[in-house]
Design a protein around this ligand. Structure first.
Ligand SMILES: Nc1ncnc2c1ncn2[C@@H]1O[C@H](COP(=O)(O)OP(=O)(O)O)[C@@H](O)[C@H]1O
Ligand SMILES: [Mg+2]
Length: 158
């Protein structure tokens, strides 16, 4: 587990951008945090790091948005609208999770048991005392993620 502090929107985008450059096909990233924590902002940064130029917005009404122009496909999920029923909807999740792109999943807790274990989890916490300050926690069990996050931390921690 590793923490990086973000002091601004730009800072979170920058962290995402660096992370995006370190990703490989088949990577699955889950994001948790309250509304407005910065999950979509982090995803925008990841998209940039993957070489995606199209604007990334929250897929709240479509559940899954695909971006195919980058170094590898990005599948951006936002499960919020489906909530508990997401687990019963057959959205063909496995095709994405076990495919050749990167999956980034907001509100992953609703479909937790469907998501492969070898994921990177990013929790974003909004600090009450400062509107811009976020604590970003990276958790993983896999050795591969340990390497990626160590590298990310060495780039991003000032
Ligand atoms: N350090 C920060 N990192 C990310 N977003 C921040 C930060 N500080 C302020 N913000 C603001 O918080 C909001 C985050 O929105 P968004 O990324 O859509 O959140 P979520 O997807 O978690 O609901 C944006 O309005 C952004 O400008
Ligand atoms: Mg969002």
């Amino acid at each position: 587990m590793e923490n990086i502090q973000s002091q601004s929107l730009e800072h979170t985008l920058n962290i995402g951008n660096h992370l995006g450059k370190l990703l490989s096909p088949g990577d699955v990233i889950t994001l948790s945090g309250d509304l407005g924590a910065g999950k979509t902002t982090m995803t925008k940064g990841i998209a940039k790091g993957l070489g995606i130029l199209a604007p990334v917005s929250s897929p709240t009404f479509t559940i899954i948005k695909e971006y195919l122009e980058g170094r590898m496909p990005l599948y951006h999920f936002d499960i919020y609208r489906l909530g508990e029923s997401a687990i019963d909807e057959d959205l063909g999740y496995d095709e994405y999770f076990y495919g050749n792109g990167v999956c980034v999943i907001e509100w992953s807790e609703f479909i937790d048991e469907l998501i492969p274990e070898e994921r990177l989890h990013i929790a974003i916490r909004h600090m009450e005392e400062d509107d811009q300050h976020r604590v970003i926690t990276f958790s993983f069990t896999d050795q591969r993620w340990k390497k990626v996050i160590e590298e990310l931390v060495s780039i991003c921690r000032i």
